[in-house]
Design a protein around this ligand. Sequence first.
Ligand code: NDP
Length: 336
Amino acid sequence: MFRAILLERDGDAVSSRVAELHETDLPDGDVTIEVHHSTVNYKDGLAHRGAHGVVDRYPMVPGVDLAGVVTASSDSRYHPGDRVVVNGCRMGERHWGGHSELARVPGDWVVMLPENIDTATAMAIGTAGLTAMLCVLALERQGLGPDDGPVVVTGASGGVGSVAVSLLATQGWSVDAVTGRPEEADYLRNLGAAGIVDRGEMTEPPRPLESQRWAAGVDAVGGLTLANVLARIRYGGAVVACGNAGGMDLPTSVAPFILRAVSLIGVESVVVPHDRRVQAWERLATDVDRDQLGSMVTTVGLDETPEVCARILEGQVRGRIVVDIGGPASGVTPRQ
Ligand code: NDP
């Protein structure tokens, strides 16, 4: 038997409970994993709320991330004892996810953890950190670096934003952090932000072009915030859009693209190809500042996740939430 959060639907209402399940209840898959740590992401909040278009079958075990130890595998790439991580892949939406002591997934979703990343650290990074790293890699592919000028990060106190601020500052970028929470200014400065920008400055409808301020941007917010960022990007710069915490729309014009040669790059982490995931995890293993990562993390138990899922939708969560699953030991010894 194992414990898991189970989302169930009754008409339009979605409820959650801690359920005792049997291994035979697990979905099909090649790799069975004893989950040691998971996370709470914005999407988990949406799943708990029963938001339209997130969970497409019930009952569902939420949790878009997991890290743990393989207990059984019919995929020759993985063996009992391997320390692995799985992010996204529609876990918690179409396939049972990580808020569970045990999980089973297709082998193509699994990434071996780099040697120097344990399961708690992997989940401190989580999908938010993976996404932030994919954004950094996208800027690098665009040929942009710290010498080109300052970079702006929106939704900065959130999960994606916090890791993005830290990664970019560690690389030498001068980072401006946009936040609606002035009380988090010291937290953001400790992550390496050189400047703090009040969210209010970025929520009025912009003119098509504002004065040129940043060489690059990482945007977790969308809506008017992204429109304001685009209007302030320097000639030849780029913005990586990865989130919609502030809205799905994009009230802008083509002016930044056709008059300043600005690029808008999309990043997504759910179905990103396996080789890109491996590349991002390898870079996370070397580039993440562990002390800064530690300052972003709040750890909760499995039973607390429903309450945290409600708070993340209210923008009340700072940094990263790690779920310490604390499940029964399978007797499988993790390989180092
Ligand atoms: P968090 O809730 O941790 O962070 C979002 C942050 O956005 C908040 O902390 C807040 O930062 C800011 N924010 C919230 N509401 C608003 C608003 N109405 N207007 C402006 N800013 C707002 O979420 P995550 O960091 O985990 O995710 C951020 C976004 O990225 C979400 O939309 C999520 O769905 C998306 N995402 C996308 C992924 C992908 O694959 N593309 C993967 C992971 C997440 P502050 O208080 O500092 O202003």
